[in-house]
Design a protein around this ligand. Structure first.
Ligand code: ASN
Ligand code: ZN
Ligand code: CA
Length: 339
């Protein structure tokens, strides 16, 4: 007999958080029956063999966490359940973001929750969505700690949303748009949590990175030393995590405009490629416009020029052809040299 329960956990990055769990004989489990039975398990530092990755053959079975009193984790890595607290909270927050803001019932739109695995591999500095489940590495404790922050969780699970909507091909300009979609919604998931320990910002991975302030910067992507701030032909030849920079910069400028400000306690400063001054329309409207563009107008081969049209169409649908929102979308693309 299993019944829903509400516990709490001491996370690594988000303070003490409420957790939806299940009560069963022998203790509680990290299974969220209120969100389609998404659950969080321990990968036990194992990795998936190539046979597992390609044919789902011989894949290691993650172990379910159990807890006697439904108070999970200690806030440090010494307890293996701590990273699980962050991952479970990240899955809950992402599920709620898509449901409450976009009316999307889970990653697949079918109400099903997803499995999350923590403690994948050894010193594994990545996290990934494999089409069915979330997987998080522990990091190497030099470049990065465990990759279980809210923005990373939202980023990875949003790859599942993209796959089931526009299905943007993961190379060329569409690959950059796929990655940017994950950075945009990962950021909006972080904002939506309204968590005092991990407030919303436009940095990606600021909680996990140890040797620099963040993995990526949407206000000025070139702060990472590698990403472009402005579109040029050939941007589609870059790795998708750098070609994403154009849409990340667009998204920041649309939401926040140009100039310097502190957001989530972090410095942000954005400049338009054409020197123009922009006023933002806020991150809620950015999310509405990008989600409608992704689910209504973008397709697998969408380019940057076509993303401009897709978001203009979305803004027309949502706010009208002569709206300030639609004009702001046009100005933000022009500001990153997508004309
Ligand atoms: N963390 C990487 C990403 O989501 C891994 C991947 O799936 N390509 O971009
Ligand atoms: Zn990604
Ligand atoms: Ca962030």
């Amino acid at each position: 007999h299993i019944e829903t329960a509400t516990g709490d956990g001491k996370s690594l990055y988000s303070g003490t958080v409420p957790l939806e769990t299940s009560a069963a004989t022998g203790g509680f489990t990290l299974t969220d029956a209120t969100r389609g039975n998404g659950f969080t398990a321990d990968a036990n530092n194992k990795t998936d063999s190539i046979l597992c990755q390609l044919f789902q053959l011989g894949c290691p079975t993650p172990t379910r966490f159990t807890d006697a009193d439904n108070h999970w984790g200690t806030g440090t890595n010494a307890d293996r359940a701590t990273a699980a607290v962050d991952a479970h909270y990240g899955a809950e927050t992402t599920f709620d973001y898509y449901k409450n803001v976009h009316g999307r019932n889970g990653i697949f739109g079918d109400g099903k929750g997803v499995p999350s695995r923590v403690h994948y591999g050894t010193n594994y500095v990545n996290a990934f969505w494999d089409g069915k489940q979330m997987t998080y590495g522990d990091g190497d404790n030099v470049a990065a700690g465990p990759l279980v922050s809210l923005d990373v969780a939202g980023h990875e699970m949003s790859h599942g949303v993209t796959e089931h909507t526009a299905n943007l091909t993961y190379s060329g300009e569409s690959g950059g748009l796929n990655e940017a979609t994950s950075d945009i919604f990962g950021t909006l998931v972080e904002f939506s949590a309204n968590n005092a320990s991990d407030p919303g910002d436009y940095y990606i991975g600021e909680k996990i990175m140890k040797d620099r302030p963040a993995l990526r910067f949407m206000d000025k992507p070139s702060k990472d030393g590698k990403s472009p701030d402005c579109y040029s032909s050939g941007v589609g030849n870059l790795d998708v995590h750098y070609s994403s920079a154009i849409a990340n910069h667009f998204a920041y400028l649309l939401a926040e405009g140009t100039g310097a400000k502190t957001i989530g306690g972090l410095p942000h400063d954005s400049t338009a490629c054409d020197g123009s001054t922009l006023t933002g329309i806020g991150h809620d409207k950015l999310g509405k416009i990008w989600y409608r563009a992704l689910t209504t107008y973008m397709t697998s081969g969408t380019t940057y020029a076509q993303a401009r049209t897709a978001t203009l169409n979305a803004a027309t649908d949502l706010y009208g052809a002569t709206s300030p929102e639609r004009a702001a979308v046009a100005a933000a693309w022009t500001a990153v040299a997508v004309n």
